[in-house]
Design a protein around this ligand. Structure first.
Ligand code: ADP
Ligand code: MG
Length: 607
């Protein structure tokens, strides 16, 4: 039986996890990296996803896109805010479906997300040694129906059957096993790369209910990087008289370096920023954690307001919160942890890697669905209320938010005009009193009513939500027994035909193309590492033991042989092996270089 995997489809990074016996585990690539940057780029050979796409962000800004999640399930009218921040141009494919222009291509957010899903799917398949066709995918708690549906569409386009969409905070709680609590209130604080989300959940006997959500859609680790970058750019201008602001490649390098330094400062009190500039010049700057903290404190403080607001909306105070869970890479920062402690007056959970916890929880949910974990029942709840429009544009709720699914509701309605022959059933989702403020999901007509005085007909409207969270709406004229029903797909979104076509189109970038591209890249990398190793051996071969030299030689030969073949995985494996074998050599060279006073040059710059 094939495994069901859990996928965290993140704004900044995506991950895939599976259940290894009783324990969820994140799947890494051959180089040991667990995060796949949610970045997509395209060149004349096809799509590039993840780490290598991230490297192209600034060098190929017109054909590289990130943060696609912000546009999921949205039309241009819904995306006015996002639009300001997107460097690539956006248009509309049809009302309600955005298109992103990447070079000669125009793709919708679900298609782009599908590319990320395919990447993690492939990673899981390689690791598990079997095909993966089913997944649980997480979304933010505040995602509405179209955003959830768009996420499901992305799965279908990627060849994945999305068995369940799970709220990210719920997934985090699952990873911590908090569903086992009889009862409790949990605050999930999620500070990622570009977004901040706070969710207040209530758990009762295995069922999670979202009491309130809040956050800031334009706040995250990227903003901290930006602050650091501005500082470095100013420094470089003062010290070297160079303005690198317009120099995309330098900016890219600075961005990557400051981000790394920021991460190091989560574990160390002090670090050194080392950024090579042109002509062998190197910018160096020691940086203390306290400096970073004072540089970004105001940004972290921006998370306090939304937390207070969410508590207030849930009619709770900090002392009512039983547990606090940290999610998102940026919560590794000690300053963030202190801030959270101040808000909730307690030590938050951070035993599980905050950037992996959501994917791990998704794997737990997958296992529950697969029947692996049987001692607990887990149900989803509807994120928003569902109802129909009544006279005067009012919203009549049939299924209130936070109802556990599967669920159903019936209500009787009647006509307002004498002799009325048909009624319009207009389905809405949302919490507002008037339907104009809520989101229209679908509309249909119940026709051929017998002409009767107003108020006489009895029309039964029936809502059911199946275990997959899909809403079915039916209307029945109780007098004649005539019925009409629809499966409700959001009226803003991709049609079934669209999705089918996208699935077909996605075969254009079929596996053979992917393999060919990966082979070319693996060979290029092999050539580069072989060249560097050869040079390093020439310079410093005498610094290491003969048998170590021999081992490097053997691995070089093995890599050369692999590079002549066409198995890109084998080439990558051997690159990793050669890389490991040269660690000592690189260190020895570095030491001797430092001693000979050439310390400002990189290994690759040595004559
Ligand atoms: P998202 O949920 O938005 O996809 P993640 O949870 O993966 O994002 O968080 C990514 C952010 O976390 C990035 O801004 C990254 O710089 C930051 N980050 C990752 N590790 C650390 C760390 N050790 N210290 C500080 N920030 C970190
Ligand atoms: Mg996340």
């Amino acid at each position: 039986m094939s495994k069901i995997v859990g996928i965290d489809l993140g704004t900044t990074n995506s991950l895939v996890a599976y259940m290894d016996g009783k324990e969820p585990k994140v799947i890494a690539d051959l180089e040991g990296r667990t995060l796949v940057p949610s970045v997509i780029s395209v060149d004349d050979q096809g799509w590039i996803v993840g780490e290598r796409a991230k490297q192209r962000l600034l060098t190929h800004p017109k054909t590289t896109v990130y943060s696609v999640k912000r546009l999921m399930g949205k039309g241009l009218v819904d995306a006015q805010e996002e639009r300001k921040y997107f460097p690539v141009s956006l248009s509309e494919k049809q009302p309600g479906v955005i298109q992103i222009e990447l070079g000669q291509y125009r793709l919708t957010p679900p298609e782009l997300s599908a590319l990320i899903l395919k990447e993690v799917k492939q990673r899981a398949e390689e690791f598990l040694g079997s095909t993966v066709t089913q997944a649980v995918v997480t979304v933010p708690a505040y995602f509405n129906d179209s955003q959830r549906q768009a996420t499901k569409d992305a799965g279908r386009i990627a060849g994945l059957d999305v068995l369940r969409i799970v709220n990210e905070p719920t997934a985090a709680c699952l990873a911590y096993g908090l569903q086992k609590k009889k009862q409790g209130v949990i605050a999930v604080y999620d500070l990622g790369g570009g977004t901040f989300d706070i969710s207040i959940l209530k758990v009762t006997k295995g069922i999670f209910e979202v009491l309130a959500t809040n956050g800031n859609t334009q706040l995250g680790g990227d903003d901290l990087d930006q602050r650091l970058m501005e500082l470095v750019l100013r420094d470089i201008q003062q010290e070297f008289g160079q303005d690198l602001r317009k120099h995309v490649e330098s900016i890219q390098q600075i961005r990557l370096e400051v981000e790394k330094a920021k991460r190091r400062l989560s574990d160390e009190d002090v670090t050194e920023l080392v950024i090579p500039i042109e002509q062998g010049m190197v910018y160096r700057r020691p940086m203390k954690r306290v400096e970073l903290e004072s540089l970004v404190k105001d940004l972290i403080d921006l998370t306090i307001g939304p937390c207070r607001q969410a508590l207030e909306d849930a009619h709770l105070s900090p002392k009512d919160v039983d547990e606090v869970v940290l999610v998102g890479g940026s919560t590794r920062m000690p300053l963030v942890r202190r801030t959270v402690e101040e808000i909730f007056h307690q030590t938050p959970h951070c035993e599980i890697n905050p950037d992996e916890v959501v994917a791990l929880g998704a794997a737990v949910q997958a296992d529950i669905l697969a029947g692996g974990i049987q001692d607990m029942l887990l149900l989803d709840v509807t994120p928003l209320s569902l109802g129909i429009e009544t006279m005067g544009g009012g919203m009549s709720v049939l299924i209130p938010r936070n109802s556990t699914v599967p669920t159903g509701a019936k209500e009787l309605f009647t006509t307002f005009v004498d002799g009325q022959r048909s009624v319009d059933i207009h389905v809405f989702q949302g919490e507002r009193e008037l339907v104009k403020d809520n989101r229209s999901l679908a509309r249909f007509q119940l026709k051929e009513l017998d002409p009767l005085p107003a108020g006489m007909p009895r029309i039964e409207v029936n809502f059911t939500i199946d275990a997959n969270g899909i809403l079915h709406v039916g209307a029945k004229d109780l007098r004649s027994g005539r019925e009409q029903s629809v499966e409700v797909k959001p009226s803003y979104g991709l049609s079934d035909d669209d999705v089918t076509r996208m699935i077909q189109e996605s075969f254009k970038f079929a596996k053979s193309d992917m393999d060919a591209r990966q082979l070319i890249e693996a060979r290029n990398e092999a050539a580069t590492i072989l060249r560097h190793t050869e040079r390093a051996l020439n310079q410093g071969g005498q610094l290491i033991e003969p048998d170590e030299r021999d081992r490097i030689g053997d691995r070089m030969t093995a890599l050369k042989t692999a590079a002549e073949g066409d198995d890109h995985r084998l080439i990558r494996e051997r690159i990793v092996q050669l890389d490991k074998a040269t660690v000592r050599l690189a260190e020895s060279l570095m030491e001797s270089t430092l001693q000979s006073g050439l310390k400002d040059k990189k290994l690759s710059e040595l004559p």
